[in-house]
Structures are given as structure tokens and as C-alpha cells.
Design a protein around this ligand. Structure first.
Ligand code: G3P
Ligand code: CA
Length: 252
């Protein structure tokens, strides 16, 4: 059917809260998610990786060092070890005791309170590892409210095999020569370039729209830039400042 993520004429771009509202709460925690939700974000963006025992958790970096009080590669830590970490104090004492959420806890929270997830498969070496993430989405009955993105085309191929009903976005930090062909090959619902990449050839937005493919740009935090990408016609803007973008959208 038609792509429901294309923005209607005259409507603003969707607000996508990067790692939650990560300018005002610790990234990839349920606090950041709640601030993002309350700011009116259409989607919360996260990053998902597996623990040593294959439980999906929210974590951006390969190691837990920057965003928790622990150390080490997340794939060397068990779920029990990850559950014991503090993911808030590094950001501010106000958030001391924030946990590293499991994907399951995050989805349960979103299902109860309302909201959609832009789930980034940040690391997965096999189809089974991607399946562990999809299984959680299904167990929480959230397939209708999850959009999957990745920098790795192979991740998207695996998701398409496992769950063809999930919309897919490809993250890019440079533009492909032919984004429309890439989108067709990978069954993309959206093509998700960095702001800098899109700025090199903004005309790809019209090309992708003509092919029924949406465009979500990252990570854009200033009003001057929101105006630029809004004028390029993007369908979604990934930002660390969702409340400000939602306000800007209303005033535009
Ligand atoms: O959603 C786009 C953005 O999250 C990709 O970069 O490093 O923040 O995951 P990164
Ligand atoms: Ca991300």
C-alpha cells in the first residue's frame, strides 16, 4: 500500500527523539524516553545490542564505559551484570540509579504510555541475533509501532526475512549514487541520510518520494538547520532536542 510515513503536503516533518531526549536526560534510558514522549515526539530512536547471554539492551557504544559506571564490551557482560549498572550518574546526579533498559522493558513502557519506536540495530553478527530483537518486538505486541533502521544492509535483509511487516530505514553517512535503486533492493520504507550527506544532493528527496520512499535525516539540533531540511521536504527529523523541534514545527 501507500507509504504512510510520507508527510502530507503542508504537514511538518515527524519529530524523532534521538536516543530519547538525549540533550535533557541520559541517552537510551527510560528517563530519556519519557522526556521524548512528553515533548510530543512521533518516534523515540534507540540503539540495540545483545548482552553476552543474547538479551537485547539499549546501548549506543560498543562498550558500557561512557554511559554507565561499568566497563567492558557489552557482549562480554551478562544480563544480570548489565542490570546492576548505573546509566544515569555520568549525565547528572539527578539521574543516579537509572538502569540500562532491556528492549523488552522499553517496549512495555511505550506500549503502556503510548509512542512509537525507531529501533536501530546497532550490532548483530548473525540472523539469530537480529531474531532475538524481533522476538521481543513480537512478544510485546509492538510490530505495528516499531520502525527498524540500521547502517548495515545485511541487518535489514535479515529483518525483511524474519518480519516483512516491519518498515525499514537505511542509515547512510554518504549518499549512494542511486538511492532509489538501493531502496528498491532493500525494501526500504525510508532512506535515512546524515544532514551533511543530504546537503550534498537535496534533490534525492524528490527522487525518493517519487518512488514512494520517505526520508528521515539525522541528527539535526538547530532551528536554522530544521528550516533547511524542512525545505528539502524530509519526512522525519532525528534530533536531540525534540521539544524544541515540536515547538518549531508548530510555529512554522
Ligand atoms: O538515527 C540516526 C543516528 O542515531 C545514527 O547515528 O551514532 O547516533 O547511532 P548514531
Ligand atoms: Ca542511533
Amino acid at each position: 500500500g501507500p507509504n504512510g510515513y510520507l508527510r502530507p503536503e503542508g504537514a511538518p516533518a515527524a519529530v524523532i527523539a534521538h536516543r530519547g531526549a538525549s540533550s535533557s536526560a541520559p541517552e537510551n534510558t527510560l528517563f530519556a524516553q519519557e522526556v521524548g514522549r512528553r515533548s510530543g515526539a512521533d518516534f523515540i530512536e534507540n540503539d540495540v545490542q545483545l548482552s553476552k547471554d543474547s538479551v537485547p539492551y539499549l546501548m549506543h557504544d560498543t562498550t558500557v564505559d561512557r554511559t554507565t559506571d561499568g566497563t567492558g564490551d557489552i557482549r562480554t557482560l551478562t544480563a544480570a551484570q548489565l542490570d546492576g549498572l548505573d546509566a544515569g550518574s555520568w549525565f547528572s546526579p539527578h539521574f543516579a540509579g537509572a538502569r540500562v533498559p532491556t528492549l523488552r522493558a522499553q517496549l512495555a513502557d511505550l506500549r503502556q504510555r503510548g509512542g512509537n519506536l525507531l529501533l536501530e540495530v546497532k550490532r548483530a553478527d548473525t540472523e539469530d541475533e537480529v531474531a532475538a530483537m524481533i522476538d521481543v518486538v513480537r512478544a510485546e505486541n509492538m510490530t505495528g509501532r516499531v520502525f527498524v533502521q540500521s547502517f548495515e544492509p545485511q541487518h535489514l535483509r535479515w529483518v525483511h526475512e524474519l518480519a516483512p511487516e516491519l518498515p525499514l530505514g537505511l542509515l547512510r553517512s554518504t549518499l549512494d549514487a542511486d538511492p532509489v535503486a538501493v531502496a528498491a533492493d532493500l525494501h526500504l520504507t525510508s532512506y535515512n541520510p546524515s544532514g551533511a550527506a543530504l546537503g550534498t544532493r537535496p534533490g534525492v528527496v524528490a527522487d525518493l518520494h517519487e518512488a514512494g520512499v520517505a526520508v528521515m535525516v539525522w541528527t539535526i539540533d538547530s532551528a536554522a538547520q530544521w528550516r533547511t531540511y524542512d525545505e528539502y521536504g524530509v519526512d522525519g527529523i532525528i534530533t536531540n532536542r525534540p521539544a524544541e523541534l515540536a515547538g518549531w514545527n508548530q510555529a512554522r
